[in-house]
Design a protein around this ligand. Structure first.
Ligand SMILES: *Cc1c(COP(=O)(O)O)cnc(C)c1O
Length: 376
């Protein structure tokens, strides 16, 4: 147990200091550790897989089972998320790991990241997993899965989790939340009935567009052990360098995400209030424009740092990313640098007049001026 956990510290503090008790040197910042294998102690006796999992954080044998940098990254991400964290090589690998672990017969899902739908497409093809829309969630049975992404890609709007949590509770189904768009400190889906939470850690946990990783979060220590066991057997681990980059990144998670969320809200407000001066702008979607009670409950600090714009026509949507100077025209989100994407380039199911904007940590006023000149 992390001695800091007794101190009731804020996410900003935990991001910097959680997991320090696991350090095996006196380095202030942990080193990259690339060994795949570890020397057995003298007189080592055989251990069962259960015993290996029990000793997971301190006893290293082979890096597919555990290695010190990943263990520390899991500790700090778990700590800021108030849950147990298990890391994977990507967000989609994390989603797939959840499917393997939960083994649902039927998954209820609507608008969600296209790659999550693609994973379900494979499971449907190979194992006849049934995929239904969230509208049908009341038909769920014990062991089925309700998957809600909120705030949802690419729009940045929020869905009411309490409604799905109630259905899950009444039917015995499980509720999984993809909270990639609202990492700590913006949201905690466990407070709203989630059984398991996933993030693409490539986005805000990484925060610098330089690593690929995914994470599953659970409140249940047994589930964590089973996920670690499955991961050891499936080999879907995150790399050591990526774990190290995550350790660096989570130190600034709180300040980055607060700044990015505040910037996004300021830009959205400007666009909505000045729509008549921006001839290429048709509409804006973001959680801050939703008036329902639940949005404030799920996102008490505001956010997310992603919003979407509809332009007046297809040509404008194609032109705007070429006219902005501070936003890179690129897919992905969550990094400190602002991005804009003509979304139909990576998701054919999305309207060809939609631009997805991922707001970085630059000055909000500079970003506003840049976006405004392009939308004129
Ligand atoms: C990016 C993303 C994923 C997939 O994560 P990868 O790390 O790219 O595999 C899943 N869900 C959401 C909401 C995402 O934005």
């Amino acid at each position: 147990m992390d001695p800091l956990e007794k101190l009731n510290l804020d996410i900003a503090t935990l991001g910097v200091h959680a997991g320090e008790h696991l350090a095996n040197t006196n380095d202030v910042t942990p080193g990259i550790n690339v060994t795949t294998t570890f020397k057995y102690p003298d007189n080592q006796e055989p251990m069962s897989h259960e015993e290996e999992l029990e000793a997971h954080d301190s006893f290293m044998v082979y890096s597919r089972l555990a290695q010190p940098v990943t263990v520390r990254a899991e500790r700090v991400i778990g700590s800021v998320s108030k849950a147990h964290a298990v890391l994977y090589g990507s967000g989609l690998a994390a989603f797939h790991a959840a499917m393997i672990h939960l083994n649902p017969k039927r998954v209820f899902i609507s608008q969600a990241y296209f790659g999550v739908h693609a994973v379900l497409g494979i499971l449907k093809r190979n194992y006849n997993v049934e995929v239904s829309s969230l509208d049908q969630a009341s038909e769920a049975k014990k062991g089925d899965l309700i998957h809600v992404e909120t705030p949802v890609n690419p729009y940045g709007i929020s869905y009411d989790l309490s409604q799905y949590a109630k259905i899950a509770k009444d039917t015995g189904a499980l509720l999984m939340v993809d909270a990639t768009f609202a990492p700590p400190p913006l949201s905690n889906p466990f407070d709203h009935g989630a059984d398991i939470v996933m993030h693409s850690a490539t986005k805000y946990f990484g925060g610098h567009s330089d690593l690929l990783a995914g994470v599953l979060l659970t409140k249940d220590e047994q589930v964590k052990k089973q996920l670690l066991s499955d991961r050891d057997h499936l080999g879907s681990n995150v790399g050591s360098l990526e774990s190290w980059l995550l350790l660096r990144s989570v130190k600034t998670l709180d300040m980055r995400v607060r700044t990015q969320a505040a910037n996004a809200e300021k830009i959205v407000k400007y666009l909505v209030e000045n729509k008549d001066k921006l001839p290429k702008l048709k509409s804006v979607q973001h959680s801050s424009l939703q008036t329902e009670e639940f949005v404030k409950k799920q996102l008490p600090l505001g956010g997310p740092p992603v919003f979407s714009i509809e332009t007046v026509d297809r040509q404008s949507a194609k032109d705007v990313p070429a006219k902005v100077k501070l936003f890179a025209h690129a897919t992905s989100l969550g990094g400190v640098e602002s991005l804009i994407e003509w979304r139909v380039l990576s998701d054919a199911s999305i309207s060809d007049t939609l631009l997805r904007v991922s707001v970085g940590v630059e000055s909000a006023d500079d970003l506003i001026n840049d976006l405004a000149q392009a939308l004129k």
